[in-house]
Design a protein around this ligand. Sequence first.
Ligand code: ATP
Length: 542
Amino acid sequence: MVDMDKIVSLSKRRGFIFQSSEIYGGLGSAWDYGPLGVELKNNVKRLWWRDNVYLRDDMVGLDAAITMHPKVWEASGHLASFSDPFTGCAECGRHYRADQIHDALWSSRWVRSLRERLTKGNNAVREIEKWLNGDGKKLAPNLPAVKRPEEIKSLDAASDLRVVDAFDQLGGSPNPYEVEAIIKPFLLGQSHLCCPNCGGVHLSPPKPASLMLETFLGPVKETATKTYLRPETAQGIFVNFDNVLQASRKKLPFGIAQIGKAFRNEITPGNFTFRTREFEQMEIEFFVLPGTDEEWHQKWIDERFAWYLRYGIRKENIRLREHEKDELAHYAKRTADIEYLFPMGWSELEGVANRADFDLKQHSQYSGKALEYFDEESKQKIIPYVIEPSAGADRSTLAFLVDAYHEEEVRGEKRVVLKFHPELAPIKIAVLPLLKKNDRIVETAKEITADLRRRWYAVYDDTASIGRLYRRQDEVGTPFCVTVDVQTVGDEKAPADDKVTIRDRNTMEQVRVSLSTLEPTIEKLMNGKWAEVAQEHGIKRA
Ligand code: ATP
């Protein structure tokens, strides 16, 4: 699995994702999508919308406002209980989500640096001692063992031996749990946990912190209406249930889909775009007759899981995790999370919940407007049950980016390639002239680019040698390069053959096709038919 630093650095270098307000030192919890990032994320959203709205008869779309009547958040329960427990470090002042501090600690800079020191075969005690007097001082100055390294020397022979013995059992480089087993008794002494930032052991008892971001509507703060930036898009769907029902004349079961920004005052944003305070959600509220909810819930779990596989997520990197009974939200009958193996470990990509009739009931009660459905069969008014597949556009984009990342060795050189599904790739085709000094080649390449652009995002590039240009396109995941050469346009020795070379990113194989069939050929390639095209035209020898 690629580490996150590589993804962050590639993202910046090639224009996928930048730190927000970087020239002012950056804002830790927000990220900006650059020229290629906006294409990738738009493709994720477009495919989600196409597959869930356009390709189904039972779904319609919605785009509700970010600011809503404050009562919405009373009814939904967010004002009373949308909070996470937090703890603070008395020594450096950092705050953490109390239920995530363990994970934050074992992936913190200081634990990672200590872990790098610990390799089998070395004297663990001596390595730790060196670390305490070197990197430890910089990275975890408040760790008790860093403050009093001399105490290490006074450890009795038995505990020294215990550490070394434990370490000697390990093979290769230790995993976080093995490191934990070594350093916990050794460095933290009596304390159970310590600060991921400075190593301090004085952490406050957990207290709840609201995740709602307040804002004021109106020019004078004292008289303005206090409201909130929505923490989820779902409530915009529930409060519009009756509007959509009346306008669309849909019958149960049917769903409403929405993509939009949501805001949460997260205690510990981090892991790149995985957890931010401003993010985009792709949510569906699928309304069903009570009694059919369990079956529909399972259908949606299966459908959403298959969606990620369809667009290239490798099956070993995705799994379902059923919520335990004590983890379920009070209104949920059942919830299953779709998790992805991100560089920091298995984490939620999407939650698929059976919310029963909680939301419509709450809004009916708080607004005084009945949010009901007339069931023709039973001739009764009922409150539908709802199934909610709730995905993050940013988390999906990050998962697709991480999953696409490959490093390969090609003729003794490292090739970095993003193996995006063609539908997700930011640039679909790069048109490259073999010789940029040949006017006819350049002109033809530009004409081809202009033609292809009517259907696909295509770019023209002549800023380097062909080998470099291919590598650059590999690194941003462009599935196909079209190259125009002397044979295409002809010269005094031979007439034009009106053919171009298409190179496949994944196999690096090339075929030569006639300009008149370029568009239908590319269409086939976009549908994953490289093998068929290669057979039809024969692989070109390099
Ligand atoms: P987590 O447990 O990771 O905080 P959650 O269970 O609170 O997530 P939901 O309320 O189910 O998340 O939100 C649905 C989806 O919205 C998540 O699966 C995720 O993809 C996305 N999401 C939620 N919070 C964030 C965030 N802070 N940053 C980016 N995406 C988020």
